[in-house]
Write a protein that binds this ligand. Structure first.
Ligand SMILES: Nc1ncnc2c1ncn2[C@@H]1O[C@H](COP(=O)(O)OP(=O)(O)O)[C@@H](O)[C@H]1O
Ligand SMILES: [Mg+2]
Length: 146
């Protein structure tokens, strides 16, 4: 529900990625987290601990759905005149590049359902700018990956 975005200036979404095939072969289907609700997740190792976020996106969420939930509202905020920033934080291998860039190798974003947040945000932003009225508008955008 994209309206969750409207309540606060800062929103924290946690995205859980699927186990990789090497993780499955080494430790089986053993997950370290369990989702309890749309907002909370439990670390199931010892000691068990529960964490609450604005949104928990489970391992089945598509790039498209995550974009609708987090990317579109951000572009709309920009169009309404607010500076906006999205960043991905997490340990190596947790899925930051997959989420922010995704698979952009094969063709344009239109025929690639695995492309990530950045190409989708830019496409949406440029479409919105095209449709906007002719009032002067200055937009500065940047993107970097560490
Ligand atoms: N939501 C996801 N669904 C499927 N594969 C994923 C997902 N998130 C990450 N991966 C895969 O897990 C591996 C590590 O992800 P990556 O984005 O490179 O991590 P990071 O940039 O945080 O180091 C990559 O092979 C990536 O394709
Ligand atoms: Mg990376």
């Amino acid at each position: 529900d994209p309206s969750f975005w409207k309540d606060n200036n800062v929103q924290v979404v946690i995205r859980v990625r699927p186990l990789s095939s090497s993780e499955i072969s080494v430790q089986g289907e053993k997950r370290c987290v369990r989702q309890d609700s749309g907002q909370s997740i439990t670390w199931t190792c010892h000691p068990e601990s529960r964490f609450t976020f604005d949104l928990v996106a489970d391992e089945h969420i598509t790039q498209e759905s995550l974009f609708k939930v987090a990317g579109v509202p951000m572009v709309e905020n920009c169009m309404a005149g607010y500076n906006s920033c999205m960043f991905a934080y997490g340990q190596t291998g947790s899925g930051k590049t997959h989420t922010m860039l995704g698979d952009i190798e094969n063709g344009t974003r239109r025929n690639n359902e695995n492309c990530g947040m950045t190409p989708r945000v830019f496409e949406h932003l440029f479409l919105r700018i095209q449709k906007a009225s002719s009032d002067d508008m200055f937009i500065l955008m940047s993107n970097f990956v560490l």
